[in-house]
Design a protein around this ligand. Structure first.
Ligand code: GAR
Length: 195
């Protein structure tokens, strides 16, 4: 079996990154994690990945004259790793159309809501403010519209009395760590077609 080569883009903690790394340790998983790229040098996930022998790169958008140049260098870095699939895992920058189109069908994201509900930020706070009874997470293809691409997998969690954004996000995160590796497996194995 030839395994798909996967890069993970992060901005912070990297717990979803770690879930993907763990899943890819199985010999029958159809993808391997070949690199982790962060737009923040201080992202804790970068050190976590490096400590496991995974190639890492850190690129700050502020060091580039334009977003397009920043994203061109991101693509060059990913291509230097010979990447087939890009997984956004808490990558907290909106990506430009050229970058997204370049990776169309080969780039997926995990988002902490049941899309199309709560695109963007502060999803847990917004679900609580709406008195939602059910919340969750979605893995979806990345398209130029923010959090608008076709969903691959979703998982629901109940919103419980007394929940705070922290307790709710912790419950959602458990499901994120379950469905993200499964969605990557589906894409890398060809079980779902790229867009
Ligand atoms: C995750 O909850 C992920 O769903 C969310 O950021 C967190 C990153 O945590 N992503 C977004 O909000 C994207 N819009 P992690 O670094 O521990 O994976």
């Amino acid at each position: 079996m030839s395994r798909k080569r996967v890069a993970i883009l992060i901005s912070g903690r990297g717990s979803n990154m770690q879930a993907l790394i763990e899943a890819a340790k199985a010999s029958d998983f159809p993808a391997e994690i070949v690199g982790v790229l962060s737009n923040r040098a201080a992202a804790p996930g970068l050190a976590t990945a490096a400590s496991q022998g995974i190639a890492t790169a850190s690129l700050a958008q502020s060091k580039f004259p334009s977003r397009d140049m920043f994203e061109d260098i991101m693509t060059q870095t990913l291509e230097s790793w010979d990447v087939d699939i890009v997984c956004l895992a808490g990558f907290m920058r909106i990506l430009g159309e050229d970058f997204v189109n370049h990776w169309a069908g080969r780039m997926i994201n995990i988002h902490p809501s049941l899309l199309p509900l709560y695109r963007g930020l502060h999803t847990h706070e917004r679900a609580l403010a709406d008195d939602a009874k059910v919340h969750g997470c979605t893995v979806h293809f990345v398209t130029p519209g923010l959090d608008e691409g076709a969903a691959i997998l979703q998982a629901e969690v109940p919103v419980l009395p007394g929940d705070t954004p922290d307790t709710l996000s912790a419950r959602v995160l458990i499901e994120e760590h379950r469905i993200y590796p499964e969605a990557l497996r589906m894409l890398a194995s060809g079980e779902i077609a790229p867009l």
